[in-house]
Design a binder for this molecule. Structure first.
Ligand SMILES: [Zn+2]
Length: 369
């Protein structure tokens, strides 16, 4: 079952000291040479990135994350923000020569993974603070997958990669630091008890609730470059014990009823209900009739990526009552996410993950270039 435990932790994951880094680069140089000799059919420019011969999920789950309460604050210098913005734009434009130069300046590393008939360019740093950004060079659907609460919401990193691969999505963004890593608070509104036990403002390391992070910056670059792309934000919630068990709470991020069922989020709720036919197991924050299930209101209304892509003029402070509908906020209990965490290599054997990939594939738009 525990395919993640057997994953070989090699390559980019273990870099620590400069000497270690130099040692680690040696196998990549070999891999690069092999790739240059064998990879003549690859798109021009890809050869500029070292190939990592490991399953992308195994590599992702081996990355470190700054733990809770380990940082004084979560501020990023303006110069670093500007370089990072340029890096994400270069990756989106598949300008690998430029991306490499920018990554070097940022202390980011770039690698190329080949799997599922696609090539994935991955940018990450060693700090455990800043996000991992992944661009699919063979994208077919206009969708961006985000996991802002890794590692706290277990299984969401694995799920982001499964969806990136299965949907042939454009890109994925995965958080670096734990959402409670910083002891400082965000300027954005909303309350949570996840870090302290009692309700408090969101920490500034909570990238779903702070517009001044590199995670949000990557989101903005992608969502504004690909103007019709749907943004999927993946989350985990604790199990509910009373009454009807709700395993999935879906929202389009807009504080309004979606009576016509026109947004991708609402369509996903109806598609999944067919696969999960216990009443209340999957609900939508935008379907009034679902309120009878008395589910917890985990609807992503304060999520800043959702507010932004819904067209909010101040994603940090104000919610939206009307929006583009380009957002899917997905809250999931452990019965769903544990499958991704424990057995990602065989994930499509399980009915709910298979239904999620299948339903989303039918709902999110194809790329028309
Ligand atoms: Zn979350």
């Amino acid at each position: 079952m525990r395919s993640r435990a057997s994953a070989a932790v090699v390559g980019l994951a273990m870099a620590g000291s400069i000497r270690q880094k130099a040692e680690l680069l040696a196998p990549f140089a070999g891999a690069l040479l092999l790739f240059l000799l064998a990879g003549l059919s690859e798109a021009q420019g890809q050869q500029l990135l070292p190939v990592v011969r490991q399953p992308l999920i195994a590599w992702i789950t081996a990355q470190k994350h700054a733990p809770a309460d380990s940082l004084k604050n979560f501020e990023t210098a303006r110069s670093r923000r500007e370089l990072f913005q340029a890096l994400v734009a270069a990756m989106a434009g598949q300008d690998w020569a430029k991306a490499r130069l920018l990554a070097q300046q940022l202390g980011y590393r770039l690698g190329m993974f080949h799997e599922a008939n696609s090539a994935f360019a991955v940018a990450s740093d060693d700090s455990g603070i800043d996000p991992i950004v992944i661009v699919n060079l063979n994208a077919a659907r206009d969708v961006i997958v985000q996991a802002p609460h890794v590692p706290y919401e277990r299984g969401t990193a694995e799920q982001a990669i499964v969806l990136l691969r299965d949907l042939r999505a454009r890109a994925a963004i995965i958080s670096g630091a734990h959402r409670c890593a910083s002891r400082s608070f965000t300027m954005c509104n909303g309350m949570t008890s996840v870090c302290a036990g009692d309700a408090e403002g969101f920490r500034d390391s909570d990238v779903g609730h702070n517009t001044r992070t590199l995670f949000h910056l990557a989101h903005v670059v992608f969502a504004e470059r690909w103007k019709n792309a749907v943004v999927i934000s993946l989350h985990g919630m604790s199990k509910d014990h009373d009454g009807v068990v709700t395993s999935l709470i879906i929202s389009n991020g807009i504080q309004a009823n979606d009576a016509g069922g026109s947004t991708p989020a609402t369509r996903l709720r109806y598609a999944l209900a067919k696969a999960m036919n216990k009443p209340g197991r999957v609900v939508s924050c935008n379907v009034r009739a679902d309120s009878k299930y008395n589910y917890r209101p985990l609807c992503g209304f304060t999520n800043v990526q959702g507010r932004h892509v819904n067209g909010d003029r101040d994603a940090c402070r104000i919610g939206v009552t009307r929006g583009t509908g380009r957002f899917i906020h997905l809250e999931q209990d452990r019965s769903v996410l544990e499958l991704y965490f424990e057995d990602w290599a065989r994930i499509n054997r399980y009915p709910i993950p298979a239904a999620l990939s299948r339903s989303l594939s039918a709902i999110v738009p194809a790329i028309r270039d």
